[in-house]
Design a protein around this ligand. Structure first.
Ligand code: SF4
Ligand code: SF4
Length: 244
């Protein structure tokens, strides 16, 4: 937990400029700053950057599993205990030629939720996970992605209730589906985007044919979703899983 020691705080308000989600507020009566514990994501930017020259910003031991989860996912220099990956604890499918997670005939899905200034509450990540799971997407298991460690079932995407009100800087909802199911999944995503209080970007991971072509993106046109004009190309140097 991140707190401001009132004895040391001079009320200069400099720390407010650095907080990634505007979780540091100013108490006009006391003329001191304080950290809103519901809004704070435990990203530790304020601590790591030593933004307070009075050393008034202090860490307090993270006293629950969910607080530790919040910190590990929100702080980019921490690595996740299950996946061993830094950042948000997942490589998504950037190494698909090595991991072989997305097979031919399938589409990988990475929904990157929350951004600095806004963050994401886990209750909203649950809404998105449940919406795509019920429309035919297969959510990534706990050994691949941290969010799944909070799920009561990766079949449904439901999260344990105790975690709902924890705020993260961002989190990735990972899944895959059959190419034929992509339209249903995107329709579910378009519906649920109106029910959440944050933003997300959608990444699709495609397997192209020998000529580098795919018809999978045609459904984006049908749904009025702009075709991406940027991408990362995985050339399959990590064979042989790229062949599956
Ligand atoms: S930078 Fe330090 S002294 Fe200034 S308001 Fe923040 S905590 Fe207080
Ligand atoms: S830990 Fe992050 S979210 Fe919390 S007060 Fe510091 S900068 Fe803001």
């Amino acid at each position: 937990m991140t707190v401001i020691n009132k004895e040391k705080c001079t009320g200069c308000r400099l720390c407010q400029k650095y907080c990634t989600v505007d979780a540091i507020h100013f108490n006009k009566e006391e003329k001191k700053c304080y950290v809103d514990q519901v809004e704070c994501t435990e990203c530790y930017v304020c601590l790591r950057q030593k933004v307070c020259d009075q050393d008034a910003i202090e860490p307090v031991e993270l006293d629950s599993f969910y607080k530790q989860f919040q910190h590990v996912i929100s702080d980019p220099v921490e690595s996740h205990g299950v996946t061993g990956v830094t950042g948000r604890g997942t490589e998504e499918v950037k190494t698909n030629d090595v991991s072989g997670r997305v097979k031919r005939g399938e589409v990988g899905i990475a929904i990157d939720m929350g951004r600095p200034g806004l963050g994401v509450y886990l209750r909203d990540a649950e809404k998105v996970a449940m919406a795509i799971a019920s429309s035919g997407a297969q959510l990534a298991p706990a050994e691949h992605t941290p969010l799944a460690t909070l799920m009561t079932s990766v079949e449904t995407g439901e999260l344990v209730k105790e975690c709902h009100d924890y705020h993260l800087l961002s989190v990735i909802v990972e899944a895959k589906c059959q190419e034929a199911k992509l339209k249903d999944v995107l329709l579910a995503l378009k519906k649920v985007e109106k029910e959440i209080e944050t933003v997300f970007s959608l990444g699709l991971i495609l397997r192209v044919d020998e000529k580098g072509q795919t018809k999978t993106l045609e459904c984006l046109d049908e749904l009025g979703i702009p075709q991406p004009h940027r991408g990362k190309v995985n050339v399959g140097l990590g064979k042989p899983l790229s062949l599956t």
